[in-house]
Structures are given as C-alpha cells and as structure tokens.
Write a new protein. Structure first.
Length: 350
C-alpha cells in the first residue's frame, strides 16, 4: 500500500467518523478530525478516549473547518444526512478544485422541500428534490473529484479491530486510489467501483430494510421471516435504483447486499436497534429522544416513500414500514399484509 505524508481530514467525530480516522491513523497517516462540539474536543484531548477506544496520536482534533481545507487535500465528510448540506456549505468557501472528497454518509439530502412538509404530506417530491450526498457536494462546492464510502461498516466492529471490507465508489479512478492509499490494510480491505450512484442508493436504502428487520426481531420473530424481508427488501432497493438511473449490479455486491446483511442482522446497527425497539412497543418519539446517534433509516423512509409515489413503484415493504413507524399502523396487521402480498416472481431484477 502506498503511503501519504499529507494530513487527511475527517469531518464528523461520531462513531463512524472516529472509526475511519483510527483506520487512517493506524496506517501511519496524520488525521485532522473535525468536531463542532468543543466539549468533545476537550474530552478527547484530555484522555484520548472516544467510543471506548484509545485514539492514535496521529489524530488531531479541531473545530476549525477552514484548517481542514487548508491542510488536507483528501477529506472524508461523515456527518448525518440531515446536517450534510449545512456542513458542506460551511466547508465549501474554503474548498478548491484540487480537493478530493469521499463521503461516508448513507442517506439522502433534500432540496427545495423540508422534511416536516414531507411528513405532513403537504408536498409531493420528485427526483429534483432528492439528492445523493455526492450531488450535494457538487451543488455546494467547486469540488469535482468526489467519491463515497460504502459497504458493511458497522462502526463498533471497526473500532474493535475486527476485519471487514468496504467500497469506495467514484467516477474517477484517482479518487478510488486516494482512498485506498490511506484506508486499505489487513484489517480493512477497500474495493473500488465506478458506479457511485448505485453505491450511494444502496447505502441509503438498506437502512430502511434494517429498520424493518429490527421490528421483526423486537416482535420475537425468527430468521425465516427476517430472511424473507431482507430478500424482498433487496428487490425494492433495486427497483428504486433502476428508477433513479442506477444499474442492478452495485446492489448485488459489497456496497449492496453485503451492507444490507450486516445492517439488517446486527444489534450493533442503529437502524436495527431503532426497529427492534419499535417491535417491542416503544414509541418513535421516545426512541428518537434516547438514541445518542441518528438512525438514518427513519429519515430515509420518509423520503423513499415520497420517491416511490413519484416513480409509481410497487414497494409494499417501504409502504408498510412507513405506516407502522409514522402512522401507528398495527405491526401484526402489517406483517399479515406483507405475508399475503402477491409476489409472483422471486427474482425480477437480473
């Protein structure tokens, strides 16, 4: 693996941003890790502990976003989708065309429509209103060389030093190579793909299915029905992707089915945990209030349901999950409906 002596920037000191920072640092590369919260910076600087691990001395904390742009050519923005556009707007004035951005955010951005209006059903959305994170970067900065980080990347396992793989997707080979140069190791293998749209859509949409899988787990149901949900959920993900211009292929690889299986079967997944708590009878409001980090699937579910109506897609899992999560629909009735839904073809996306 080639090494770089230039600092790498990571924006977002959440669990995944911290995990990526530590992976880069373990390769001997200096990292500037950005957090907006001075209390987080002070705590880490004091004891070098974050999310239960000791941070490498190669990691420097900062709340100066201009410093990230000035000292780093390669930057990994890893913040919740809800805050992504605002973050890129803050970073944008300091970015130049020579910068490379590889985001690690698995969700959608909204343009010219609010999340609240979407949930209140006051608006209908189109593809023009829904942005992938790479599209947000292009809209809010002069950066051209953009990639996304996707794959089965459960933060807790990465922080624990367990092996896994990921995908860096970009239309530019140099972006893939830049990401591989700082991340690839015996612990963390990095595949490359030029199908960035499919990788981004797979990363966002699998969180919906993981939420549904968690509901089944919380209801005390077993692996048979979970396997059915994951399989049929993959079909719905591919239908979304095809409608939005992506090929089926990315959904069948590491960034698609690989990430889906990990996220939809692990209690370390925030989206699975969110669904599990719904399945056990907790209210959505209570879960939102008590989870330390955002479960992206809940937000993505609102947006995906609007997209399904725009594209006239047959996505019964998405529709039923929306009804359960946001309209209080009975979970047992939803399950009965999905069991009886007339699936006539098992595999229809190849």
């Amino acid at each position: 693996m080639s090494k770089t002596t230039k600092k790498v920037g990571v924006i977002g000191a959440g669990s995944f941003g911290t995990a990526i920072s530590n992976l880069i640092a373990l390769n001997g590369v200096d990292v500037l890790l950005f957090s907006r919260q001075q209390t987080v910076i002070d705590k880490i600087n004091k004891d070098r502990q974050h999310f239960g691990i000791t941070l490498s001395d190669h990691i420097e904390l900062t709340n100066d976003i201009e410093k990230i742009a000035k000292e780093c050519t390669l930057i990994f923005p890893i913040v919740p989708s809800r805050a992504f556009r605002e973050t890129i707007k803050l970073l944008g004035p300091f970015l130049k065309p020579y910068h490379i951005l590889i985001h690690g955010t698995k969700g959608f951005g909204l343009k010219d429509v609010t999340e609240e209006a979407l949930l209140a059903k006051r608006v209908n959305i189109t593809r023009e209103n829904v942005c992938t994170m790479s599209e947000v970067i292009r809209q809010e900065s002069v950066v051209v060389r953009i990639g996304c980080l996707s794959g089965p990347n459960l933060s807790s396992e990465i922080l624990d030093g367990q092996p896994t793989a990921t995908v860096i997707a970009s239309q530019f080979s140099e972006v893939i190579k830049a990401g591989q140069a700082v991340l690839d190791s015996t612990q963390f293998h990095v595949f490359g793909s030029h199908e960035i749209l499919g990788a981004e859509l797979a990363g966002a949409l699998k969180n919906i299915i993981a939420l549904g899988s968690g509901i089944l787990g919380g209801m005390g149901l077993g692996k048979n029905i979970q396997a059915m949900l994951i399989t049929r959920g993959l079909t719905e993900m591919i239908r979304y992707g095809n409608a939005m211009g992506a090929a089926s292929r990315p959904f069948l690889g590491t960034a698609g089915v690989g990430d889906l299986i990990a996220t939809a079967t692990s209690k370390d997944s925030r989206n699975y945990t969110f669904g599990f708590r719904i399945g056990q009878g907790e209210t959505v409001a209570d879960i939102f209030a008590s989870m330390p980090e955002l479960a992206e699937g809940a937000r993505t579910l609102k947006i995906a349901r609007g997209l399904a109506r725009h594209y006239k897609l047959h996505v019964p899992i998405t529709e039923m999950l929306y009804n359960v999560v946001f309209e209080g629909f009975d979970k047992q009735r939803a399950l009965y409906y999905l069991m009886k839904y007339p699936y006539s073809v098992d595999v229809d996306f190849i």
